[in-house]
Ligand binder design. Structure first.
Ligand code: AMP
Ligand code: GLY
Length: 422
């Protein structure tokens, strides 16, 4: 079968890598892809958000199955458009994807169905938001309602930061229309965990747990990023916690969406805060996490195409998803300046010197004059699998030591929370 992957980051490279192993797949296209993906698939120069061009391409090439990596095309309705054209596509509809597209919608549905999450209030007036924050006290978390590429969340410990966040989101509209409404949330403390799951709208099958590292620098310091590294499985997710997350969060959410006439099919991402043994939702996403997908897919044994077909045909209850009894970590190598403005076009050295069992998933790379150069904030995700987390960490960092580009920075403590627990 011919498969089209939409997107061009580390997550999509991991998806292409996994699809390449499927005996059912004969050709893989990726739009737009990157220099690493280009070694495993045919990259097509179409933006992940240009739905009409993607649809025309899929029709022209008679693509059998499309898999969407990022959230923006999903919340814009790519699945609805492909399905209306009679094309098979994996992911939630526009209505179901609203759980990521609108934080207000996600909070309202969680409130309505009693799904545990931080307390919240919604504002359309900056003055009312400030008055609420002054009355309720700090810290609090301020979130733009709409998509903001992971940057629309600010944790305020003082009024000055809260004022600046309200101004940035609601007045200056730094995230555009995403800032028309503001969610002010109770600040939760604990350890974060990501639980991804496959669902066909009825059955929910969780993947292996994982943990992202959102802050730019070691010890969770510095600004939030798209994710500086991840590992799986996450020991914070004990069997008891995994069961509670399924019973109190994932299954109720999927069933709530069905009850609301927004049946959810695809991958659902629950970002949870664990306090004691109690999980609470920080956010839902409507796709694989990036960089969580890199370690999680590295450990998936079952053919991804088989799972996607079962989701699309509503028979997820009939399949058995198998995982390697191993651990995996992904260390992200980022450009100087990231997550702020960053440099591009730096030549990357050492890519061919890493051992064969290390996966270097490309995130922001391009090919220029026969060389691989940087072209994004997150450049590479060095991913290693081993018998346990310490072994995977050693392997990944040994490989990181082989790679370099001007201004490269990365966290040296990916996976440390797992070590602290064992
Ligand atoms: P989100 O995009 O909503 O996941 O927010 C990004 C990051 O902000 C999360 O991964 C958390 O680290 C943090 N965060 C979001 N909401 C809260 C909250 N209510 N309490 C504490 N931290 C939060
Ligand atoms: N790693 C966080 C995300 O994919 O949203």
């Amino acid at each position: 079968m011919k498969v089209l992957v939409v997107g061009g980051g580390g997550r999509e490279h991991a998806l292409v890598w996994k699809l390449k192993q499927s005996p059912k797949v004969t050709e893989i296209y990726c739009a737009p892809g990157n220099a690493g993906i280009a070694r495993q698939a045919t990259c097509v120069n179409i933006s992940a958000e240009d739905i009409p061009a993607l649809l025309a391409f899929a029709r022209g090439k008679a693509i059998d199955l499309t898999l969407v990596g990022p959230e923006a095309p999903l919340t814009a309705g790519i699945v609805d458009e492909f399905q209306a054209a009679g094309l098979k596509i994996f992911g939630p509809s526009r209505a179901a994807a609203e759980i990521e597209g609108s934080k207000v919608f996600a909070k309202e549905i969680m409130a309505k169905y009693g799904i545990p999450t931080a307390g919240y209030a919604v504002f359309t007036s900056p003055d009312e938001a400030i008055a609420h924050i002054q009355k309720n006290g700090l810290p609090c978390v301020l979130k733009a309602d709409g998509l903001a590429a992971g940057k629309g969340v600010i944790i305020a410990h003082d009024l000055e930061t809260a004022h600046a966040a309200v101004k940035s989101i609601m007045v200056n509209r730094d995230f555009g229309e995403a800032g028309a409404r503001l969610v002010v949330e109770e600040c939760l403390t604990g350890e974060e965990v990501t639980i991804l799951a496959f669902t066909d709208g009825d059955t929910v099958i969780p993947m292996m747990s994982s943990q992202d590292h959102k802050r730019a620098y070691d010890h969770d310091e510095g600004p939030n990023t798209g994710g500086m590294g991840a590992y799986a499985p996450a020991p914070v997710c004990t069997p008891e916690l995994a069961q509670r997350a399924m019973e109190e969060i994932l299954m109720p959410m999927v069933h709530a969406l069905k009850a609301e006439g927004r049946t959810y099919r695809g991958v659902i991402y629950a970002g949870l805060m664990v306090t004691g043994q109690a999980p609470k939702v920080l956010e839902f996403n409507v796709r694989f996490g990036d960089p969580e997908a890199q370690p999680v897919l590295s450990l998936l044994e079952t053919d991804l195409v088989e799972i996607m077909e079962a989701v699309l045909e509503g028979r997820l209850d009939q399949i058995d998803i198998k995982w390697k009894n191993q651990a995996s970590i992904c260390v992200v190598l980022a450009s100087k300046g990231y997550p702020g403005a960053y440099e591009k076009g730096k030549v990357i050295y050492g890519l061919d010197e890493t051992p064969g069992d290390i996966m270097i998933f490309h995130a922001g790379t391009a090919e220029k004059d026969g060389q691989i150069v940087t072209s994004g904030g997150r450049v590479l995700g060095v991913t290693a699998t081993g018998p346990d987390i310490p072994a995977a960490i050693r392997k990944a960092y040994a490989a990181v030591g082989q790679i370099g580009f001007d201004g490269m920075h990365y966290r040296r403590d990916i996976g440390r929370k797992a070590l602290d627990r064992s």
